[in-house]
Design a protein around this ligand. Structure first.
Ligand code: DAT
Length: 180
């Protein structure tokens, strides 16, 4: 069989504030295979992939069909990091690795409090979601357990070791493909 040069699809998910974008940016810089960072929330805004904007919650109601249509060719081509606070809408066949970032809820509260125009009710909702492990449950029920990895993201050392760990995964993934 010939080796495929399609890159992996890595989902980085977690409650807002856990460090997805920070991780995705660093990983895109350091990865041994080219990876394009897709900040899904930004894409929704920029490409109008939403049905409405909720003033009270300061958040968009995503048009999931439009979003999936936009992402499908990118996921098929591979070599992407999908950075979003939810993951269950991404088809199982897309994902090679699903990283769920976790953070102590009091630390998360402090991070979210620093965000501009971030309503208190959103801080409360996310704080509770982190305590209840909502995103982790979602990832575990949407993807095979062997591709779901839960990583702490509280300190800079965590960030560094998480990136190292994902890079090791990419190296192993690459080796598997080269041997195929
Ligand atoms: P997300 O994309 O999940 O909403 P982010 O990447 O914007 O989160 O990070 C939120 C804030 O927390 C930002 O100021 C960076 C900081 N942060 C995230 N992960 C961290 C870590 N492991 N160590 C130190 N600071 C971190």
């Amino acid at each position: 069989m010939s080796s495929s040069n399609k890159g992996p699809v890595i989902i980085i998910t977690g409650t807002p504030g856990t460090g997805k974008t920070t991780h995705a940016e660093l990983l895109a810089q350091e990865s041994p295979v080219p990876l394009k960072h897709i900040n899904v929330g930004e894409m929704v805004k920029q490409k109008n992939l939403y049905e409405a904007f909720d003033e009270e919650w300061q958040s968009y109601t995503v048009d999931e069909d439009k979003l999936l249509d936009e992402l499908e060719p990118l996921a098929s081509a591979g070599g992407i990091i999908l950075d979003w606070h939810t993951c269950e809408i991404f088809p199982e066949r897309w994902a090679d690795l699903v990283v769920v970032l976790r953070c102590d809820h009091t630390k998360l509260w402090d991070r979210l409090e620093k965000r501009r125009n971030y309503p208190l009710k959103k801080i409360q909702e996310n704080n509770e979601a982190e305590i209840m492990e909502v995103v982790l449950d979602e990832a575990r029920s949407s993807y095979p357990q062997e591709i779901v990895v839960e990583l702490q993201s509280e300190r800079t050392e965590d960030l560094e070791s998480n990136i190292q760990r994902i890079m090791q995964w990419i190296e192993a993934w690459k080796e598997d493909r080269d041997l195929a």
